[in-house]
Ligand binder design. Structure first.
Ligand code: C5P
Length: 223
């Protein structure tokens, strides 16, 4: 791995998605939202009404390029409540994880030359997908703060859901993501831990950027 690889893991609604997107753009890094592949898989699984017993043959018949295309072209519907909950449940499954992690690792290897590096954001990026990453972050915030942020986003998007429901869905996903046997959400070894409960978006960005520039000073000359 000779390209700069940065991982940002953390629980749902910790702000890692918006942060990774913004920083990738500024630093000319490729941004990989790893959760979208679990969402895409869940959406296909649901659409095809796959029985869990048929999972191995469903996976072996999935064409990797078609799967990647599906994920790219169906982003909007991958954020429905049904897909979100199913993605978290299916993400426990080792066969599914193996299929998806391989796709993500291949994408790191074949990263286009135009990018200075890659930022991977998710749950197992620093621990499993890219354990040799040059810099790892673990971004978190208190559950209630995360629920409030997610709820205000839903209000903006005119989604019909109560704050209590958002809080309980996040709690359920936290439990599932942290307690599963394979690749649970964890603070990767050596990761910089940032609790942004008391920081706004801009403040969090500045903290993360300062750490990136102090750890990888050569990056300053590339942007
Ligand atoms: O990050 P996002 O909320 O889109 O992820 C959807 C679900 O996919 C998560 O709840 C988690 O269970 C799973 N996921 C995962 N490993 C990742 C990214 C996401 O298990 N690296």
């Amino acid at each position: 791995m000779n390209r700069i690889v940065i991982t940002i893991d953390g629980p749902a609604a910790s702000g890692k998605g918006s942060l990774s997107k913004k920083i990738s753009k500024e630093l000319n890094f490729y941004y990989m939202e790893t959760g979208i592949y679990y969402r895409g898989f869940a959406s296909l699984f649901y659409q095809n009404q796959v029985n869990i017993l048929e999972l191995p043959s469903f996976i072996s018949n999935l064409d990797i390029n078609e799967f990647k295309e599906y994920v790219i072209h169906n982003k909007k519907k991958l954020y429905s409540t049904t897909v979100t909950k199913l993605a978290s449940r299916l993400a426990k499954n080792l066969d599914i994880r193996t299929f998806i992690v391989k796709i993500q690792q291949d994408m790191i290897i074949t990263l286009e030359k135009q990018f200075n590096g890659i930022i991977l954001e998710g749950r197992d990026c620093g621990s499993v997908v890219a354990p040799e990453a040059g810099l790892k972050f673990y971004l978190t915030a208190r559950l209630k703060v995360r629920a409030e942020r997610r709820f205000s986003q839903f209000v903006k998007d005119k989604r019909d859901i109560s704050y209590e429901q958002v809080l309980s869905d996040l709690k359920e996903r936290d439990v599932q993501d942290k307690n599963r046997k394979h690749s649970p959400l964890q603070k990767p070894k050596g990761a910089v831990v940032i609790d942004n409960s008391d920081y706004n978006f801009e403040e969090t960005i500045n903290i993360v950027k300062n750490i990136i520039f102090s750890r990888i000073p050569t990056l300053k000359n590339k942007i």
